[in-house]
Design a protein around this ligand. Structure first.
Ligand code: FAD
Length: 519
């Protein structure tokens, strides 16, 4: 049996095998020759002290022991070519994990996705960045892998209650992610690696008899009585099935409108909205690691901050160290920001959504839209930002201190947001109460993170797709819509997930309940 140890070491020790072996040998008082192998089980950064340390949990194998390497394999998938079928709408993490779970349980998934496969999608992302053209079915939110494909690929979820996070991480490893994601306290994959993982998932679904249909947008549901019988796609083709997992993500406004029109129960849901702030990464490193230079052994520093301002939570969201701000609109006539980073997080800037929690009463000016009031509130801000910045994919931007002092910035430096920025008083983008909270909030942030409140930071507006503005209700245990038999609202778009891992967990859960109801 290996010996399990908890250690706290300097970053260079954690990153260098020889130094770590020497450290462990000193720690257990043996010679380095006595140590055959060290497996790192868990790794986290402790930046609370002046000198940053790395916490490690390790297994030490001594000379007379066999080294056991962790082997991660696929679950046992069944051939489902001729099995009963379930339609999965959406090829995001919720949809793909649902499809794989169905296959594991012997049921055939037919995945219906409005966007293109990862390769085809890339061309449309170029068109947004370079030509300011937003394809309404193929963009940073729509297409194979969903909103998570061209993201930072952070794999942690705030809520541990949601389910088996490790199972999702292990599946991602089986599909090609590095085993590091099982070790790091805050694992992430990176935009350069996610597309291949999504493609391999699709290939596995097809290999075992499932189907994945791209450029196939659901435009209607076939509902007879109170039961679903299938979906209508594109120009009117019908795909039949008595079970539909609806995992269309938080940006599928047409799906919310369709459900509303058909009087299928949906509810307005609070979400959060604000800006995306970009700082030089070196400045964030300096603040977080209390040092002038991060050095070669520490990763670009992340940050996470929350403050109560005027009774509301204002917090960092989807922070991307060494990342890039992405144009995430899903329709022409609007602008939306979010962030991604490559696996090495080696870009010179750090960006994060900085958002304020909204309440249902904030949507009052849009109350005539009923359950869609929050969505209309969100849309209005995105469209106003589009108009203010010049009716392209440029976004309104302002320096942080200037924003707090209601001063239009005289110059905005080039930022990582490729389509570009237009210097704008951001107070014009948001309702007054939101502007006020953010103006005060940034100053509060600066008190906790010395150096954060600076004109070197550029705010881009808006960060508006933080979570779904609508909930599609479902019964607690069966996960079926309370009115429509066979319809399983799933993932972030239905209001049951907030991120890649929780969406994947929810996909699996819906698949399990769906199969249970078929027995
Ligand atoms: P989605 O991923 O949104 O997938 C829904 C799918 O349904 C889409 O592919 C869409 O095209 C399809 N669809 C929609 N309507 C229809 C229709 N009518 N017919 C057919 N198909 C349809 N989360 C993290 O955990 N970590 C991160 O680092 C992270 N970074 C992000 C960066 C960016 C740029 C973005 C945009 C998001 C990021 N997120 C991140 C959020 C994360 O991507 C989502 O939480 C997650 O993808 C939600 O999964 P989902 O399957 O529920 O929905």
């Amino acid at each position: 049996m290996p010996q399990e140890l908890q250690l706290q070491v300097l970053p260079e020790v954690a990153a260098t095998a020889d130094l770590l072996t020497q450290y462990v040998a000193n720690h257990v008082k043996c010679s380095t020759q006595d140590i055959k192998h060290i497996t790192i089980l868990k790794r986290s950064i402790d930046a609370r002290q002046r000198s940053v340390k790395i916490n490690l949990k390790v297994d030490v194998f001594y000379a007379d022991e066999d080294v056991v390497h962790r082997k991660i394999d696929f679950p046992e998938y069944k051939n489902v070519k001729d099995a009963p079928r379930v339609i999965v709408v959406g090829a995001g993490p919720a949809g793909y994990f649902a499809a794989l779970q169905l296959i594991e349980l012997g049921v055939k998934p037919i995945v219906v996705e409005r966007g293109k496969d990862v390769r085809g999608r890339r061309r449309d992302l170029k068109a947004i960045n370079r030509d300011h053209i937003v394809h309404p079915d193929s963009n940073y939110c729509f297409g194979e892998g969903g909103a998570g494909t061209y993201s930072d690929g952070k794999l942690y979820t705030r809520s541990k209650k949601r389910g088996d996070v490790n199972r999702i991480l292990e599946l991602l490893v089986a599909f090609g992610a590095t085993q590091d994601i099982l070790v790091e306290a805050h694992p992430h994959i990176g935009t350069n690696k996610l597309p291949k993982i999504m493609q391999d998932m699709r290939e596995k679904i097809i290999e075992f008899g499932g189907e994945v249909l791209f450029e196939t947008r659901v435009v209607d549901f076939v509902i007879k009585g109170n039961e679903i019988h299938g979906v209508v796609v594109n120009e009117g083709d019908v795909i039949e099935a008595k079970k539909v997992i609806l995992a269309t993500g938080h940006s599928a406004r047409d799906i919310y409108e369709l459900l509303d029109r058909k009087q299928v129960l949906i509810e307005a849901k609070p979400f959060a909205l604000g800006v995306r702030a970009e700082h030089p990464q070196a400045l964030i490193d300096k603040i977080q690691y209390s040092c002038d230079y991060r050095g070669e052994f520490l990763p670009p520093a992340p940050y996470s901050i929350v403050k109560q301002v005027n009774g509301r939570g204002m917090y960092s969201f989807c922070m991307c160290p060494g990342g890039v701000i992405a144009p995430c609109a899903t329709a022409p006539g609007e602008v939306v920001t979010n962030g991604w980073s490559p696996s090495k997080r080696d870009q010179p800037t750090a960006n994060s959504g900085i958002v304020v929690e909204l309440r249902l009463e904030d949507f009052k000016p849009f109350e005539k839209h009923g359950a869609l009031a929050g969505m209309e509130f969100q849309k209005a801000i995105e469209q106003r930002a589009f108009l203010l910045a010049g009716e392209t994919q440029r976004v309104p931007a302002q320096r942080m201190v200037d924003f707090s002092q209601s001063k239009v910035s005289t110059s905005i430096p080039k930022t990582s947001y490729v389509p570009g920025t237009t210097s704008t008083e951001l107070g014009e983008v948001f309702p007054g109460f939101l502007t006020q909270i953010m103006r005060e909030g940034f100053q509060e942030f600066g008190k906790s993170m010395k150096g954060y409140f600076t004109n070197e930071a550029i705010l881009h507006a808006p960060e508006s797709r933080t979570s779904s503005p609508v909930r599609i209700p479902r019964e607690d245990y069966t996960l079926v819509h309370p009115q429509i038999k066979g319809l399983y609202p799933c993932g972030e778009g239905a209001g049951y997930a907030g991120g890649i891992v929780s969406a994947a967990i929810d996909g699996e859960k819906c698949a399990i309940m769906c199969v249970e109801s078929m027995q």
